[in-house]
Design a protein around this ligand. Structure first.
Ligand SMILES: Cc1ncc(C[n+]2csc(CCOP(=O)(O)OP(=O)(O)O)c2C)c(N)n1
Ligand SMILES: [Mg+2]
Length: 358
């Protein structure tokens, strides 16, 4: 009988505070790799901040903000190879950028344009999953399939603290455990599910404790420490590739932006706590780490930020230059032989939309 250890209690950290807490080091990351990681963090941060502006300008729809979640996304992707599969939730909508997906594609998704529906096989990045946790069984199935095919790829599924209360999470985790699938369950514990706090979500002491029930290790990391996430995911991937099965990684952070552009957290959140968390946000912490190490200065920072800003400028221009989609797309692909009522509904939609789109 395999022995399953209880989940780790302490949060793993690598980045110090530039004061009393010393910086650690991750083996095997040279200067170039450290700067590449920074580039990815800045790209995600820029995407996120610009998207809030685009939303306010009416250029994209309701948008799920991921400010201060960049470290868990970039840290995890950099720890994987391009053959590994990523299953994002709406919180990781732009993670494909780290696999070379154009910004216009992700922005198109948020504009409700079909150009935002990429082919997952082009980037090994699954579709953005909005229903909570339903992508966990998909990721488990893909990981199991890779194992059956004798391929060394692993899959990673990103989901939130709230998702751990969903049936699909439990089914996917259990299946992965039983099949020893090469899966990484990356739980973004930002301590809120819209307005539901973690304390109302679970009676478990930690979310990583859930791993024990599925016979897999549970690891807890500081989710705003990109190097701690990197190291934990790299270990989980090595274990999975070696036939060791799945790992649950709980990346603990705090949601210090609204859930989405449609949310006003002042109705339920402690604003002082938010300010504290914003002061220790993940991009600034890694920036400080690299400067203490002597591999980052103002000139390089400016260059990296400029590149990211330019990518977004071009991305939104490209997304906005696409022709309006035919509204018929809403009715296609659900049926091999659409029922006649749908033709009536489409005609009605064209009439309501008038000449502009029809
Ligand atoms: C199956 C399902 N139920 C409810 C919702 C509505 N909903 C959207 S986001 C959200 C909260 C999810 O919280 P969490 O899993 O912690 O992820 P976070 O948004 O914090 O990243 C809920 C309940 C949904 N999208 N899908
Ligand atoms: Mg959450």
């Amino acid at each position: 009988m395999a022995q399953v250890l209880p989940a780790e209690r302490d949060l793993r950290r690598v980045i110090g505070d530039g004061d009393g807490v010393p910086d650690g080091e991750v083996e095997g990351l040279d200067e170039q790799a450290l700067v590449d990681l920074y580039r990815s963090l800045v790209l995600l941060r820029t995407y996120d901040e610009r998207s809030v502006v685009y939303h306010r300008q009416g250029r994209i729809g309701t948008y799920a903000i991921f400010w201060n979640h960049e470290a868990m996304q970039a840290g995890a992707v950099h720890a994987l190879s391009d053959d590994d599969w990523i299953f994002p939730s709406y919180r990781e909508s732009a993670i494909g950028l780290l696999r070379g997906m154009p910004a216009a594609t992700v922005l198109s998704w948020w504009r409700g344009h079909p150009a935002g529906w990429w082919n997952p096989a082009d980037y090994n990045v699954g579709s953005i999953c909005v229903p909570i946790a339903t992508h966990v069984p998909h990721a488990a199935g893909l990981a199991w399939g890779k194992k059956l095919d004798g391929e060394p790829s692993v899959a990673i599924a990103f989901f939130g603290d709230g998702a751990t209360s969903e049936g699909a999470f439990h089914e996917g985790a259990n299946f992965a455990g039983v099949m020893s699938a090469p899966l990484i369950l990356l739980c973004n514990n930002n301590q809120w599910a819209i307005s539901t706090p973690l304390s109302a979500q679970t009676a478990a002491e930690t979310l990583a404790d859930k791993a024990v029930g599925y016979g897999m290790p549970g690891v807890r990391v500081d989710g705003a420490d990109v190097l701690a996430v990197y190291e934990a995911v790299r270990e989980a991937a090595e274990r999975a590739r070696a036939g060791g099965g799945p790992t649950f990684v709980e990346a603990v952070t705090y949601r210090c932006a609204p859930h989405a552009t449609a949310d006003d957290p002042r109705a339920y959140i402690d604003l002082e706590r938010v300010e504290e968390e914003r002061a220790r946000e993940c991009v600034g912490r890694y920036d400080g780490y690299l400067r203490r190490l002597g591999v980052l200065d103002d000139a390089l920072t400016e260059e990296i930020r400029g590149e990211a800003a330019e990518m977004l400028r071009r991305g939104i221009a490209e997304a906005e230059s696409l022709p309006e989609p035919d509204p018929a797309v809403v009715f296609e692909w659900a049926y091999a032989e659409p029922p006649p009522a749908l033709a009536h509904d489409l005609a009605e939609l064209r009439r309501v939309l008038g000449g502009s789109l029809g």
